[in-house]
Design a protein around this ligand. Structure first.
Ligand code: RIB
Ligand code: CA
Length: 323
């Protein structure tokens, strides 16, 4: 086992849960667990200009070094936007936490092009993972630009999909990231990349509530920033009459550090592309004797208490002991 930390490239659409995932990655990089190299952003929870500036702001407040942020796709490959998600993340995408005057994203190169370039370059010296926390538009573009990328990647860890019936959060059948750009999901699934999927079926097993606030020990300035994001997310849910919130992307990110938190199953996944089933993720069951063409490892189980404790300690800036 190489002692070189894996390189992680994040594609995201901050959003509060993306933001808490980015915070956690900065912590894990400080602990030498990962080499957090760069962020590409995509239109999703909010339009691209918000998700890109939010990512740069969050990295700055999280105490990241010079982790660059790039602007990627400002629209899906194949569909006009179903909807943004201000009701979950607020009009600024960060529950009102955003402040002007921080580091700007790099506008010199398209995020998908930079993602492709960095995968190829980093794979020369370490294992490389893409952590995809928004619609998969940038990944689909990167894989089209350089079809050799999937073979260079250790894996693609994706927050997305829903297999309950109905289990969606955007339509009865579709999870948001998949609903926004189902064609991108299709292209990534047939790319040959090793995909590990953390769907709503798992993230909805891990609620966070008001009671968790005192478990985020704010020993650090950056920890107080994470606490502010957490409180903002809860407040938005409480205004909608809910008592809990689900931090889908942060939970997905934890699989990079503690994959044994999750029970993965090899599946053959199809994606609905149009009509009422657009964005629906469907797992083909194997007929007797049929060879299943595995294209995705899907998590259907999670160690809830251990996952919650691990993330709450990480957000406190107290270091993740991986217990
Ligand atoms: O359905 C949840 C996913 O969609 C999360 O990644 C959230 O940030 C939104 O992008
Ligand atoms: Ca997201």
């Amino acid at each position: 086992m190489s002692d070189t930390p894996v390189t992680v490239l994040v594609d995201c659409d901050p959003g509060i849960d993306d933001a808490l995932a980015l915070f956690a990655l900065v912590q894990w990089e400080k602990e030498g667990r990962v080499r957090f190299e760069a962020v590409s952003t995509v239109s999703g929870n909010l339009p691209l200009r918000y998700t890109a500036t939010n990512a740069a702001f969050v990295l700055d407040k999280s105490g990241a070094g010079d982790i660059p942020v790039y602007l990627g796709a400002d629209r899906p490959l194949s569909r006009t936007h179903l909807q943004f998600a201000e009701k979950i993340h607020g009009p600024d995408g960060l529950g009102g936490v955003y402040e002007e005057g921080h580091v700007d994203p790099d506008e010199t190169v398209h995020g998908a092009i930079e993602l492709a370039r960095r995968v190829r370059k980093s794979a020369e010296r370490s294992s490389v993972w893409i952590l995809a926390l928004g619609p998969l538009t940038n990944l689909a573009i990167a894989f089209a630009l350089d079809p050799g990328l999937p073979d260079l990647l250790e894996g693609v860890l994706v927050m997305g999909g829903a297999f309950g019936a109905p289990g969606g959060n955007t339509t009865p059948w579709a999870e948001f990231n998949f609903a926004v750009d189902p064609e991108a999901v299709r292209r990534v699934c047939v790319s040959g990349a090793r995909i590990f999927l953390i769907p709503l079926d798992v993230t909805h097993q891990v609620p966070f509530t008001e009671r968790d606030l005192q478990r985020i020990e704010t020993r650090t300035k950056s920890g107080r920033f994470a606490l502010g994001l957490f409180q903002a997310g809860l407040h938005l849910q409480q205004r909608r009459g809910a008592h809990e919130m689900y931090l889908h992307d942060a939970l997905a990110a934890s699989a990079l550090i503690l994959p044994d938190l999750f029970q993965f199953h090899e599946c053959e996944m199809e994606i609905g592309l149009c009509g009422d089933l657009a964005g629906a993720s469907l797992v083909r069951s194997r007929r007797p004797g049929e060879e299943v063409r595995t294209n995705v490892s899907v998590a259907f189980g999670v160690e809830v208490s251990r996952a919650r404790s691990f993330l709450l300690q990480t957000w406190g800036g107290g270091g993740a002991s991986g217990f």
